[in-house]
Design a protein around this ligand. Structure first.
Ligand SMILES: *Cc1c(COP(=O)(O)O)cnc(C)c1O
Length: 370
């Protein structure tokens, strides 16, 4: 059978390996497996949110509230915008998809950093458009601007902070860049880890209300999957000017969020203390990784997220390290598919991280140096 030709050029997204796979392939007991591969919140979901989901379980025979009134109200007050500035997606992933569909066809161009969130490229390729990347792995706005002037892309992705590398541009530099971008180019500010970045350094903080009032061609994306510990519920949101949001709603399937996802996200917004405590612990634990890397002579990228990159330069191959760790029940992310000899580890809980360092020591002893 023949399919849409653009799909010949599309790759299947490789999610972090699930715990079940390690269980099946290596026979390691579930309680001994540690998954630090998908930047989930290691402290689990707020008990208040879990309780609310349980209370709501009996109402799932009905379709959810498709207006998503309560969640939009909650987000509007959290971000100082109006409900009409908000669109909800099944993860912010789905909003990425809406944005690309809203702007791109096979004649379009999109611009992104060389090493950034894999879904940008995957969704973009589904439209058959041309993908343009900077040569630097980390976001480099000079390169962005240069390529913008040459190609005049329909869409620009800025991942602030960036997954999988963890770096984050300063707000001031982002605004200086946005000042030079034409109003017909849609700029996606992916803030999946903004809660972490703004906690660590106020210079990185992008406030959605301020952003969209200054730049009508920008959309701010957020998610409940990371700091809010709801990865399994699939809730994300986009914040932009009303006209843009209205257009995105044309692309939204009906009931794209489940009843339980809606109630979980609404409740999660009410427990800001839980989120802040998790972020506080995240950066305390991250220091241990930085110290570990320094002692071992590895370099790392200063991270504004809930994960850290450890680079092996010429000492080891990241693929070997990741595989050995997997066989010991520790799932992390190898970046060799990005052409980078490094691993990405989600910062775990105190206890998990202690185990990570032990396993890393074991692996370094076992694997001969490259
Ligand atoms: C996790 C992540 C998202 C979105 O995740 P969803 O679970 O789909 O909300 C978006 N962008 C980046 C950079 C991410 O890391």
């Amino acid at each position: 059978m023949e399919f849409n030709k653009v799909l010949d050029n599309c790759k299947i997204y490789e999610a972090g390996k699930p715990i079940e796979l390690v269980l099946r392939e290596y026979g390691i007991k579930v309680e001994d497996i540690i998954k630090l591969a998908s930047n989930e919140n290691p402290y689990g979901t707020s008990p208040q949110v879990v309780k609310r989901i349980q209370e709501r379980a009996s109402s799932i025979f009905m379709y959810p509230d498709d207006s998503m009134y309560e969640l939009k109200e909650g987000l509007a007050s959290r971000f100082c915008v109006e409900s009409s500035n908000i669109v909800i997606g099944a993860g912010s992933d789905q909003i990425l998809d809406f944005c690309i569909k809203a702007k791109c066809n096979e004649t379009s161009k999109v611009l992104m950093s060389n090493t950034t969130f894999a879904m940008y490229e995957i969704y973009a390729k589904q439209t058959g458009c041309t993908i343009i990347k900077t040569s630097d792995d980390e976001h480099n706005l000079e390169q962005f601007l240069e390529l913008y002037k040459i190609h005049k892309p329909e869409l620009i992705f800025l991942c602030l902070p960036n997954n999988p590398l963890g770096e984050c541009l300063n707000k001031k530099d982002v605004y200086d860049f946005l000042d030079k971008i034409d109003s017909n180019t849609l700029v996606i500010i992916d803030g999946a880890y903004q809660e972490y970045a703004s906690f660590k350094d106020k210079n990185k903080e992008i406030k959605a209300d301020d952003l969209i009032s200054k730049y009508h061609n920008c959309i701010y994306l957020g998610t409940f999957s990371k700091a809010y510990a709801l990865g399994g519920m699939r809730v994300g949101y986009g914040i932009a000017q009303k006209g843009l949001i209205k257009t995105l709603h044309k692309l939204r399937p009906p009931f794209n969020i489940t009843t339980l996802s809606l109630c979980a996200a609404i409740e999660a917004l009410k427990d800001e203390k839980f989120v802040n405590d998790c972020i506080d612990k995240n950066f305390k634990e991250m220091k241990r990784y930085e110290e570990y890397a320094l002692i071992k002579g590895f370099s790392f990228i200063e991270s504004y997220t809930n994960f850290i990159i450890i680079k092996f330069d010429n000492m080891y191959l990241s693929n070997d390290i990741a595989q050995s760790l997997l066989e010991k029940g520790l799932i992390i992310r190898d970046l060799s598919s990005y052409g980078i000899n490094a691993i990405r580890i989600t910062i775990g809980s105190d206890e998990q991280n202690t185990k990570v360092f032990t396993l890393l020591d074991e692996v370094f002893n076992e694997i001969k140096q490259n």
